[in-house]
Design a protein around this ligand. Structure first.
Ligand SMILES: [Zn+2]
Length: 337
């Protein structure tokens, strides 16, 4: 969310820097060009690997080290692990069980080594399919591995370990290079009450420059994912653009940075934040339903609907059949909501 907002803001400049890497904004291409590019990527991967046999798929080597980020925006669709997921989906649809499983398995081995960060949802294709096949023990083994990889961050991207330390080291290094003690904290639209107070100000890192507030520890070491970015700020050179598009210079930056530290989120901003929270709650409910559904699928197959989406529909509508499932599950000691 923070990254997206930032990207949008800088879009006019065609490049952006994030986490020390400069990205070039892609030139817009037509759908035809896009399809052509995709087909070339697919042809290349199909030539390079044998994806028609389980042995061929399992023989795809897994890099020992994590892939270094490429310069520019890498083509995710051209990556073998990404293509394996698509291929697995096709095999699954065609009822080619072992080929589909091999694709998902190999993709799960490759994803942690990729410079692309894949979501939890990408990894769980494998155990979900195993459950569909009623291969519960195998599914549980895969789920345990994925859970170990993600920990509590199931619905977030895996955050690289030590990300904050690395960001800070780079920030301090850049500040030293530029000979400045000042830091600009960016404006972000969707954030918590704490970040709302801290956003969009210039701070003194050491606290020795009394004209500016001291940079709060929460911004340096806090683990919010609200997304405030920190940049070196050069007194007398840098200007500051406020959320309403005003360019501030000199004394006005000092005054603005010292405005009261309050949660100044507007009704619009609060509503957006509320929507994000709601989405997180919905995701949590969905996750809970998924576990319930998996339980039904394993232990009460005679009552379980054929697909998760069908289950979700009856759950949302609270149909008579759904209520029956709840009662039956309770008899087996399982509370379903
Ligand atoms: Zn926050």
């Amino acid at each position: 969310m923070g990254l997206f907002g930032f990207f949008k803001k800088r879009r006019a400049e065609k490049t952006m820097t994030y986490g020390g890497t400069t990205f070039q904004a892609p030139e817009p291409i037509s759908n035809e060009e896009y399809q052509h590019k995709r087909q070339k990527e697919i042809d290349f991967l199909e030539r390079k690997y044998d994806l028609s046999t389980v042995e061929g798929i399992m023989a795809i080597p897994v890099p020992k080290r994590k892939e270094q980020p490429t310069r520019g925006i890498p083509s995710v669709t051209g990556k073998i692990e990404y293509y394996l997921m698509i291929k697995g989906g096709q095999y699954e649809k065609d009822g080619q069980v072992e080929l589909a499983l091999a694709c998902y398995r190999k993709a799960n081995q490759l994803m942690p080594m990729s410079s692309t960060i894949y979501s939890y949802e990408s990894y769980v294709r494998l155990p979900r399919y195993l459950r569909k096949l009623r291969r519960f023990e195998e599914a549980r083994i895969e789920e345990a591995e994925i859970d170990a990889l993600f920990g509590e961050k199931k619905h977030q991207v895996i955050e690289e370990q030590g990300w904050l330390e690395r960001r800070n080291r780079k920030l301090f290094f850049d500040m030293r290079e530029l000979g400045t003690d000042l830091v600009e904290a960016t404006y972000i639209r969707c954030c918590c009450a704490e970040c709302a107070q801290y956003r969009e100000r210039v701070y003194s890192l050491s606290g020795q420059d009394r004209r500016f507030p001291k940079l709060p520890d929460a911004l340096l070491y806090g683990n919010h994912d609200c997304g405030i970015l920190l940049f070196p700020f050069i007194d007398g050179v840098s200007s500051m653009q406020t959320r309403d598009g005003k360019d501030l210079h000199g004394q006005r930056i000092i005054k603005y940075s010292n405005r009261p530290f309050i949660d100044d989120r507007t009704p619009d901003e609060l509503r957006d934040m509320e929507e994000i929270r709601q989405k997180q709650t919905d995701d949590a409910i969905r996750e809970r339903s998924r576990t319930d559904y998996n339980w039904l699928w394993e232990f009460m197959p005679e009552l379980c609907p054929k697909s998760f989406s069908a289950y979700r529909r009856m759950q949302k509508a609270q149909t008579e059949n759904f209520k029956k499932i709840v009662i039956e599950a309770k008899k087996h000691g399982r509370n379903i909501e």
